[in-house]
Design a protein around this ligand. Structure first.
Ligand code: M6R
Length: 606
């Protein structure tokens, strides 16, 4: 979704802003723009479409001279993706320029109020009220105008502001939308995402809600909403630049699929010491009184929760409810201090997930976040955080984000089982050994499916595909279907295999391939019977099963394989051939794999 960047220093700002925006491209956007201060004048350039168009229009930034500026990629919410609606927006007097991520919920009332006062609106955006408020409240002190302006805003924002009267300062403000300040030597940056900062600096500070900052070439001052200075701890970003490059792969998604063994290893290895699981700052005492677990997330993270539920319930014998965050937030949720809310998020900035988390926290739930982005909102809101060490995930379709979430859920399940006393010492040791093997299992799943590309060619022409399974296989079916539909635009549905006969089997015919997931020994035979049923109705069946399984060979037209492993943990390997399958189908169909249409990497609006 939208991205913002800002720069102040001695270098030409525009090329740096464009470079920063290119790093945020993966988040999804439909227009882009920059504003640079030059000799006390604000120069704005913005275009509909790709950043490449903006680079062309500004000749790589050379047409927009100056050493201080702000930039934006917009993902349209209020108003169509047009040049006019693109950010930055200018005040009527041309003194202020603003870029904004988020949504101003009271913009209509503010727009009316400002129009009545004679302000003229150019765009359909909610953002434009901000720049006019700045002009309205400006009386020679930009900081005071920022304080007054943000006090009028309801909703979420990460803001970048420049003012022609403050030619050496760029302002950044945050409420419920990420904003990170990068500190350099004689130059400072800000961005909505660390990937735009790592090429320049590893020293960052994270603004909290309600804070804003004034950046000059010589330093950064952070203020609270009342304008008092706040001391912020400097943090170090460990991600390397290389991790955000394609490294010879055709797409980030393929690179990230192949990074999974290393990402899973980086996530679990530091937490498995000797024969013990150490979950960072989570202690046995924190979990002893927990009687119920609610997992909440969106999209693939939600599906990771669906798979994790089976492991936690089986090992801990505690009820686990998995809830879509967009539903949970409005469900008047039942929470108490014996309920643990586990929040899953790769970005840590998904608006629905954050809102559900706040709602449950307010009702007394203890919270544990499993999140990839350090310092993100989901991480900072939680009582405890377990980071997934997947490194930056650039492709919109998550792969290593999902598998590392599963890895942490499995670690948690076994740790919790030990705390609750629901696992014998012998079983703990066996499962601990299985967890240690997870990186190898994921690697095996990558290695043992060389025919995936051929299968993608065979099935890639289908207009609809069903993924069926039971129990853990069902959870993987949901994620497998999402992977296929989001990058190849083929309709796909993950379905509980036993439910087909209750209506959906009416859709099955020779045009409707079915992918049957059969890696859960306790129920695989049942899914095999369902595969036989769909085959009898003409469907071609592509089965996913453990290597060496012969039962399915007679039923299935084609097979994908997973290494033999503990079935409770099998989803982490089982998804791998399905990720590859989705990738190759999308490639076969000429789709924009890393940036699928209409999608954004981090969904920061409701
Ligand atoms: O950053 P999050 O994990 O909170 O994101 C949640 C979903 O938006 C995300 O998983 C989405 O479904 C992906 N496009 C799936 O590949």
């Amino acid at each position: 979704m939208c991205g913002i960047v800002g720069y102040v220093g001695a270098q030409a700002a525009a090329p740096l802003l464009l470079e920063g925006l290119l790093k945020l491209e993966y988040r999804g956007y439909d227009s882009a723009g920059i504003a640079v201060m030059n000799d006390g004048q604000l120069l704005v350039s913005k275009v509909k479409g790709r950043i490449a168009n903006l680079c062309e229009k500004t000749e790589g930034g050379r047409q927009v001279p100056g050493t201080i500026g702000i930039g934006h990629t917009r993902w349209a919410t209020h108003g169509a993706p047009t040049d006019v609606n693109a950010h930055p927006h200018l005040s009527n007097d041309g003194r202020f320029a603003v870029v904004h991520n988020g949504i101003i919920e009271n913009y209509l009332a503010l727009r009316e109020e400002l129009t009545a006062k004679g302000f003229h609106f150019e765009s359909d955006t909610d953002t434009e009220v901000i720049v006019h408020l700045l002009e309205r409240y400006y009386a020679g002190d930009v900081k005071a105008a920022v304080i007054k302006t943000v006090s009028r805003l309801q909703g979420s924002y990460a803001l970048g502001v420049v003012c022609a009267d403050a030619p050496n300062t760029v302002f950044a403000a945050r409420e419920a939308s990420p904003l990170i300040i990068g500190l350099g030597s004689g130059e400072q940056y800000f961005a909505s995402d660390v990937t735009a900062l790592v090429p320049y600096t590893r020293s960052v500070l994270y603004l909290d809600d309600g804070e804003f900052a004034a950046l000059t070439a010589n330093g950064v001052t952070v203020f609270n909403g009342a304008g008092q200075t706040v001391d912020k701890p400097l943090q170090h970003i460990a991600w390397d630049i290389q991790a955000a490059e394609k490294d010879g792969f055709d797409h980030f998604m393929l690179k990230e699929i192949f990074e999974q063994p290393a990402a899973v290893r980086a996530t679990i290895a530091p937490r498995m010491r000797g024969r013990a699981i150490c979950l960072d700052d989570v202690r046995a005492d924190d979990l002893k009184n927990i009687r119920r677990i609610v997992i909440t997330a969106c999209g693939s993270a939600y599906y990771a929760g669906c798979a994790g539920k089976y492991a936690i319930e089986a090992l801990c014998r505690l009820p686990v409810q998995v809830e879509l965050a967009s539903e949970l937030r409005y469900s008047d949720p039942l929470m108490d201090e014996q309920t643990l809310l586990i929040v899953l998020s790769q970005s840590g900035e998904t608006a629905d997930t954050i809102a559900a988390m706040k709602e449950c926290k307010a009702r007394g739930a203890k919270t544990l976040s499993i999140v990839n982005v350090v310092g993100s909102t989901v991480a900072t809101l939680a009582d405890h955080v377990l980071y997934t060490h997947a490194g930056p995930e650039i492709a919109v379709a998550t792969t290593k984000g999902y598998t590392t979430q599963l890895a942490v859920l499995y670690l948690f399940a076994l740790y919790m089982a030990q705390v609750q006393g629901t696992v014998s010492g012998e079983e703990f040791n066996r499962l601990f050994g299985e967890l240690e093997q997870l990186p190898h299992r994921v690697q095996n799943a990558l290695d043992m499916n060389p025919g995936t590309e051929r299968l993608a060619r065979k099935y890639g022409g289908a207009s609809s595909v069903f993924f069926i399974g039971r129990n853990t296989d069902y959870a993987v079916a949901l994620e497998g279907a999402l992977k296929l539909k989001e990058i190849s635009y083929i309709h796909a549905e993950g379905y509980a295999a036993g439910e087909l006969k209750h209506g959906t089997i009416a859709l099955i015919d020779e045009h409707q391939p079915v992918i049957a997931l059969c890696c859960n020994g306790a129920v695989a035979d049942k899914t095999v019977s369902n595969a036989v049923e769909v085959k009898a109705r003409g469907a071609e069946v592509l089965a996913v099963t453990f290597k060496g399984d012969t039962t399915l060979a007679a039923v299935a037209d084609d097979m994908l394989f997973v290494p033999h492993m503990e079935p409770l943990f099998a989803p982490i390997a089982e998804i791998v051939p399905l990720q590859l399958f989705a990738y190759y189908v999308a490639r076969e169909n000429g789709c924009d794999i890393d940036k699928p249409k209409n999608l954004a990497k981090s969904v920061t609006v409701e």
